[in-house]
Design a protein around this ligand. Structure first.
Ligand SMILES: *[C@@H]1O[C@H](CO)[C@@H](O)[C@H](O)[C@H]1NC(C)=O
Ligand SMILES: *[C@@H]1O[C@H](CO)[C@@H](O)[C@H](O)[C@H]1NC(C)=O
Ligand SMILES: *[C@@H]1O[C@H](CO)[C@@H](O)[C@H](O)[C@H]1NC(C)=O
Ligand SMILES: *[C@@H]1O[C@H](CO)[C@@H](O)[C@H](O)[C@H]1NC(C)=O
Ligand SMILES: *[C@@H]1O[C@H](CO)[C@@H](O)[C@H](O)[C@H]1NC(C)=O
Ligand SMILES: *[C@@H]1O[C@H](CO)[C@@H](O)[C@H](O)[C@H]1NC(C)=O
Ligand SMILES: *[C@@H]1O[C@H](CO)[C@@H](O)[C@H](O)[C@H]1NC(C)=O
Ligand SMILES: *[C@@H]1O[C@H](CO)[C@@H](O)[C@H](O)[C@H]1NC(C)=O
Ligand SMILES: *[C@@H]1O[C@H](CO)[C@@H](O)[C@H](O)[C@H]1NC(C)=O
Length: 845
């Protein structure tokens, strides 16, 4: 195949019509491959196989300069996405310039005098290389003998991030791939702005203006940059970060869910990062997302300890307990000086030990929905309370945050680039002197939410009781109606709930049976919620140990009065758990609602939770194989009950080691139903926009697309099973280990036929190897990517208790942190097309 020639005269006249003009070529005879025998001259192009991209010479309007670049072939508004010689332009009049492959196999751009102005310049010598333009916009130089890719344009991005590219750094090789803006719309040479990932752990998205910080997207939490509040939940936003701890690298990828969407990310000459989409109807590009977007988005507008809120005027304010460094500058609207602490911290004071005894210790002020500050330090594997303790112990620690998917972050020095979001964002705890920690003034709000919750509580338990009773009376009756009504409770807003419930009340008029406890008794039982009785933090508040008058030990879960969020989960838990009874589920003994207090009283589990054993170097030894297997089987049975056998059909959604409680006989009991959902008989997959749950236990379809089904629980069960066998946590962002996570590691060992290496070393006295193998095998079956490949819980229970042959597991690619969005797309096509505004959607078969 030859390369098509066309006249330069036509090219010149065409050029002046376009902003950035390209040199059109005819469709006929075009090829996507350049071989050693060939050259591309001005006016000739390479065209990718499916006619998506085109590569050739172009000349921006009035520039007098000539470049080799790549653009979309079939899109009427030209967009150059890549430029080879952006730093070494040719003269536009130099029509004898050509792109060719040299004797050493490199791609060379030659001017009219055969002088090389640009080269791929790779040391790999090849006498048979060729270059091919692929349909995703990658220009690849390959050695035809070995098949080695010598060079590819994707590794040298300009201002455009195309789907399939990777941007990031490799600390070992020193490689840095970043976006660099054009100087102006007509000048492709590198401008002032650079968009890249930082080398922080976890990495942050960043734009620099020269050497100044310009915009910050915040650290990556496993599915998004947490400083970008409008990121679509899950991986639906198309971005994914692939950390490779072994290689010391982290790369950001960008994918489209639908290959027919033409989309790219660009860093403009004015420093805006934009996601652009092509709209075939209006035949133009439109901006899908842009940053920085509002005045608060510019890095550090309010200076250290300042906080920016775009909805306020002026936008800058000092954090609580801080005052402007210079009131004069501040009043003039020059906020860059920031704020300073009003009251010295106790730990900073030089006071005698006598006075110290009387002084009240520093504390933390909680700020909701924040863009967390820059310059954080990441503490590995600390839970929220140890994160707080660590910060309190170290006087240079001025703030901390515990973020799902990241863990503990602490700050020393000035808190830079803090923003108040109106939604999303994270909780930031700022250290203040005791006297600065005033009383919370949110009482009014709390009372409102309390009233709603209690109304919901009464009505909901009533409905629950009603249907349960009726089911008991009549024996078998179609589940559909019951599931329908309860499903509505779970899915709809409070108004609808009250409506549904009160309608039923009028018709049937019955009431709930859940025992209630008197608040004073609970106060006595828990020694006034003393810290020594605190067992931990549950889904929506602290959990205390208590002893009732009759000597019964109980666990008391207290809805923390500061959390508005928890009310939803409280309601959920009450509705669900009061109706569920199984020996592998924790039992709710009663509840207590008095004044602002909302408490749930559970049976007390002497051995606390599974994670306290499994991940504790000393205590894990107590879990021999027989106990572990007993626990695995118990969890499986509990889940099976939830999915199939209970009067409701429930998806737990937050199954993890810390939610498995152990009684004095080491019987496992599933707890924490704050996130659970009922589902209907006809409902296979549901979708939610609030993807909640715990990293490392979330199935890919749920984490990426917000789709959940009983098979999401099966996935979590598989993770839990592998954790129990190995005694290791499946931490997704396990920056300090060789493997990204346990699942990847397990698969690798399995593949190398060394699966038994996964077994916990604490299981010294070798259990039956075939039993351990079987458990690993079942675990791998449960964590498969595709919902259909995973067994149901009833199948799992059978597999665990029989010796029948098991199917071979497929490689869990999602756990290797690769987004297989095309698979997702084809599988759940119908789900992606549902109305995005509703919270939960029913999907028929
Ligand atoms: C190019 O675009 C036109 C409409 O703009 C469309 O009809 C045609 O199918 C496209 N061709 C390719 C190869 O995508
Ligand atoms: C090619 O690379 C060598 C070193 O690897 C460097 O000295 C030379 O300047 C480079 N040439 C071009 C044209 O970039
Ligand atoms: C290419 O180089 C290899 C050795 O590097 C040699 O064996 C081969 O004959 C060469 N081929 C051509 C076409 O020059
Ligand atoms: C690669 O080598 C094969 C066999 O030597 C040859 O047929 C083919 O044309 C070569 N491809 C290119 C792109 O040079
Ligand atoms: C970039 O930095 C320069 C100074 O280095 C400043 O003049 C310019 O306004 C900045 N651009 C933007 C868009 O902030
Ligand atoms: C991709 O998008 C096109 C155009 O919007 C649509 O016709 C097609 O059905 C989509 N394909 C998938 C798999 O979603
Ligand atoms: C703003 O205040 C800082 C000191 O806080 C000063 O260095 C800077 O020049 C001021 N900028 C303007 C525009 O006044
Ligand atoms: C603390 O105060 C004592 C006297 O009150 C003084 O001797 C000492 O140097 C002070 N220490 C510091 C670190 O300022
Ligand atoms: C206190 O915090 C600072 C800043 O995070 C850190 O450099 C220092 O090592 C910490 N000190 C101790 C004793 O942990």
């Amino acid at each position: 195949m030859g390369i098509h020639y066309r006249s330069t005269g036509a090219f010149l006249s065409f050029m002046s019509l376009l902003f950035v003009s390209t040199i059109p070529s005819q469709y006929c005879c075009a090829t996507d491959t350049l071989t050693q025998a060939q050259q591309i001259f001005v006016g000739q192009t390479l065209i990718s196989f499916r006619q998506i991209f085109e590569l050739g010479f172009f000349s921006p309007r009035n520039s007098g300069k000539l470049y080799v670049g790549m653009w979309y072939k079939n899109i009427s508004v030209h967009r150059v996405v890549w430029v080879a010689n952006r730093e070494n332009p040719l003269k536009a009049v130099d029509s004898a310039s050509s792109l060719t492959i040299g004797k050493d196999g490199n791609l060379n751009l030659l001017d009219g005098t055969r002088h090389t102005v640009w080269s791929t310049n790779v040391s790999f010598q090849s006498n048979s290389s060729f270059a091919v333009l692929s349909d995703n916009g990658d220009f690849i130089l390959k050695d035809n003998v070995s098949g080695v890719i010598m060079w590819e344009s994707f590794n040298y991005p300009c201002d455009t991030f195309l789907p399939g590219m990777m941007i990031g750094t490799n600390t070992k090789t020193g490689e840095k791939r970043y976006l660099s803006s054009w100087k102006t719309e007509e000048d492709p040479s590198p401008g002032k702005f650079v968009g890249a990932l930082t080398t922080d752990t976890p990495p942050q998205a960043f734009i620099w203006n020269g050497s100044n910080s310009h915009w910050r997207g915040g650290p990556w939490d496993g599915w998004k940059f947490i400083g970008i509040p409008d990121t679509k939940q899950g991986y639906a936003n198309g971005f994914n970060l692939l950390p490779d701890n072994q290689k010391g690298s982290a790369y950001l990828t960008f994918n489209t869910y639908n290959i027919s969407y033409v989309t790219f990310v660009v860093l403009t000459p004015l420093g805006s990062l934009k996601i652009m989409n092509w709209d075939e109807e209006i035949k133009n590009w439109y901006v899908k997302w842009v940053a920085p977007e509002n005045p608060c988005d510019f890095y550090g507008v309010c200076g250290p300890f300042g906080v920016c809120n775009k909805k306020k005027a002026p936008i800058c304010d000092c954090l609580k307990g801080f005052v402007p460094k210079s009131t004069e500058d501040w009043s003039k609207g020059n906020w860059t000086g920031g704020c300073v602490r009003r009251t010295e911290l106790l730990c900073q004071k030089n006071i005698t030990s006598l006075a110290l005894g009387k002084a009240k210790n520093d504390g933390f002020w909680k700020l909701n929905a924040m863009k967390l500050p820059d310059h954080f330090e990441y503490l590995y594997n600390e839970d929220s309370s140890s994160c707080q303790k660590w910060c309190l112990r170290n006087c240079s620690c001025v703030a901390y945050a515990h973020v799902a998917g990241i863990g503990c972050m602490v700050w020393a020095g000035g808190l830079m680039d803090v923003q108040q979001f109106s939604f999303a964002g994270d909780d930031l705890f700022v250290r203040l002197a005791h006297s600065e920690l005033g009383k919370d003034t949110k009482k009014a709000k709390l009372i409102v939410s309390f009233t709603t919750i209690s109304a919901v509580f009464v009505l909901a338990t009533f409905v629950c009781g009603l249907y349960w009773r009726r089911a008991n009376k009549r024996g078998k009756r179609p589940n559909r109606l019951r599931d329908f009504v309860l499903g509505d409770i779970m899915d709809n807003s409070r108004d609808t709930l009250q409506e549904t419930a009160s309608r039923d009340q009028v018709i049937h008029g019955e009431s709930s049976e859940l025992p209630t406890f008197c608040f004073n008794k609970i106060v006595v039982a828990t020694d006034n919620f003393s810290i020594t009785n605190k067992l931990g933090e549950g889904g929506f508040g602290p959990v205390y140990k208590g002893k009732l008058e009759d000597g019964t030990e109980v666990a008391v879960k207290r809805l923390s009065s500061h959390s508005g969020q928890g009310s939803e989960e409280f309601r959920n838990e009450v509705i669900l758990i009061s109706k569920l009874q199984h020996r592998n589920l924790v039992r709710l003994l009663g509840c207590c609602i008095e004044g602002e207090e909302m408490l749930l009283i559970y049976e007390y589990m002497t051995n606390r939770s599974l994670d306290t054993f499994l991940f504790d170097a000393k205590k894990r030894v107590q879990l021999d194989w027989a106990k572990r297997f007993h626990i695995i089987l118990g969890i499986a049975r509990g889940l099976l009950y939830l999915h199939r056998d209970s009067c409701l059909r429930v998806i737990h959604r937050d199954l993890k080691a810390s939610n498995i409680l152990l009684d004095d006989h080491m019987n496992p009991k599933i707890s924490d139903f704050g996130l659970a959902r009922t589902f209907r008989l006809t409902q296979e997959l549901a979708k939610t926009h609030r993807v909640v749950g715990t990293f490392g236990y979330m199935s890919p379809e749920y984490a990426m697309g917000g789709l959940f089904s009983e098979k999401s629980d099966v996935f979590s069960f598989g993770v839990l099973l592998l954790e129990i066998v190995s005694g290791m946590r499946n931490t997704i962002l396990h920056y300090h280990e060789k493997y990204a996570n346990l699942l990847g590691y397990a698969w690798q060992l399995w593949n190398e036929k060394k699966a038994l290496d996964l077994m916990d070393e604490a299981l010294a006295e070798s259990p039956s190897q075939s039993d351990v193998m079987r458990c690993i095998h079942i675990g791998l079956l449960c964590i498969q990517d595709h919902v259909v490949d995973r067994p149901t819980m009833s199948a799992v229970v059978v597999m665990l208790s029989s010796g029948a042959d098991l199917p071979l597991p497929k490689q869990p690619t999602s756990t290797m942190q690769t987004v297989l969005d095309s698979d997702l797309r084809s599988q759940h096509n119908d789900v992606y097309s549902v109305n995005e505004a509703s919270v939960s959607v029913i999907v028929g078969r």
